[in-house]
Write a protein that binds this ligand. Sequence first.
Ligand code: PRX
Length: 658
Amino acid sequence: MTGPDEAVEALLHEQRQFRPSKEFSDQANATTKTYEDAASDPEAWWAEQARTLEWDTPFTTTLEWDLPHAKWFSDGTLNASVNCIDRHVASGQGDKVAFHWVGEPENDRVTITYADLLVRVSQAAHALESLGVQEGDRVAIYLPMIPEAVVAMLACARIGAPHSVIFGGFSAEALSDRILDADARFVITADGGFRRGEISPLKPAVDEALKKCPDVHHVLVVQRTGQEVSWKEGRDVWWHDIVDSQETTHSPKSFPAEHPLYIMYTSGTTASPKGIFHTTGGYLTHTSTTHRLVFDVKPKTDVCWTAADIGWVTGHSYIVYGPLANGVTSVMYEGTPDAGGRDRWWRIIEEYGVTILYTAPTAIRTFMKWGEEHPQAHDLSSLRLLGSVGEPINPEAWIWYRTHIGSDTCPVVDTWWQTETGGIMITPLPGVTATKPGAAMVPFPGISVDVVDNEGHSVPDGHGGLLVLTRPWPGMLRGIWGDEERFRETYWSRFEGMYFAGDGAKRDEEGDLWLLGRVDDVMNISGHRLSTAEVEHALVGHPSVAEAAVVGASDDTTGQAIVAFVTLKMSGEVAQGDEAGLIQELRNHVGEVISPIAKPRQIILTPDLPKTRSGKIMRRLLRDVAEHRSLGDVTTLTDPAVVSMIDDLMAEHANDDD
Ligand code: PRX
């Protein structure tokens, strides 16, 4: 990474704080009173936010809390897709743009108004019903970043069928695991998508995955690239054949606030992913309120761009549900940041007058590496607010973002949250909260956070500890799909009465919060969550591998990168020259079993792994080795020599990184 320049050094040295910007203070959606109101009666405050939605039956109860189960607004009924579309059309906003969609190939773009979206979602809802999808049925969605992904999600929501969107980068095996776990009987996919200037197929992965999923009745296939696909008569249906001819109006049904809206799989500390599920009323309240206040949204003039994939929770909450519930215009981009040149994003911002950009630190660090000349070549003066999400943002990246993208005037909001939280939990509010480069600052109004020691006691200012959430919140996960025990165990067993987030955090001398990364065996690679166990499981599935230990080592660009230590079944038999070939084969194997994002940056073949006397792999030591730190106490090891041997192997392979 390019080192901080002198100006950045000076800012860091000063420990600079950015006072709330005046432009925001004058006209902000939120004021200091927002915090006061929310603190004095959080439930009443959330209920007030919930009333900004359109309810078919108004709720009379706000929170029912039977730890760890929360219900919000449970006697109210509503329809999520009506809240995201119909009500805006009904209030005269039909001609307003919902999405400026930009495909990866140049000049491949579509503008969709709220009225267009209503027609498309109504037709898709009819199509799903005609295929037999009923209220409560799970529908798996495996699509590229195309408008049909949003349409499919909202059509499912409209008919009360929870969707389970699976990131298009996942392999066939990851896909079948998720389809089976959710017991989804319907899949929506495409022939393929455009990625890095090439056509990347999707349908073959679905065909492969469905060999293991005999209960899937129908696969709805969007034609995106026009490539040849294999076809199973009776099961596969083209989207354009069945959707385009449907009626353009659809009467929505009303669902209870606690009706499941979606399942989103995410990595936990074991090899099998967890199906985090969210319900309707609380989730919509949380995402629309956070979107409105954190981004100071002005629906008439703002153009929001959440540069994330719809296959992750950021896309669900801040491309689809939050912005649409608020009736704003968004940009949605299909491709990679350098497709068509390293200035692609800045061209998009200039062309559409994007006012709010929300992305991950990995992207910012990549742009830093590519150099300022790319953003400088474009007029980015429409931008007024910048957001960051997904991983800890280092102060250098924060300042670069504000200086080179935000012309040193845009507030930067670093937002901490998780798939499980549904929406933003810790963040500054522009115009109200000061910001510090690298800090997520304070809990969102109505959210209660603490930093505790191992015994669950609050740590004083100036100290670090574990992040916990101490009160239920509207967007909270309602469980892990089909696994109540794991839900209790993962989040609610570490500290009594508190949600354990799995992150470390520090409270600085002024009481502001700094997120420090995961404290469990979950890695964060470019903002993607992966468990060490998942990658180890993939590695030991290869016929040559006896044992594998995986750690997340810090990486200048991707935050963390995967380093794997592998012992072979017949280690003596790999000749020196064949090692490189085998390592490449193992990397590809992980890519095929999970996803290319899970390919280890480095694989070290070693005759042995360091273990404690009780046989546990000492991952902490391996992390030290992977990060070239001096090794701590190794006295509990069965054979301390193993560590220094691995250390030597690492030094030997120091230049193997891609
Ligand atoms: O470790 C935290 C990190 O991402 C984890 C949640 O990942 P996921 O469920 O995939 O959701 C990502 C998008 C919300 C958290 O446990 N994380 C997320 N945001 C931040 C962060 N770490 C530091 N700072 C953040 N702003």
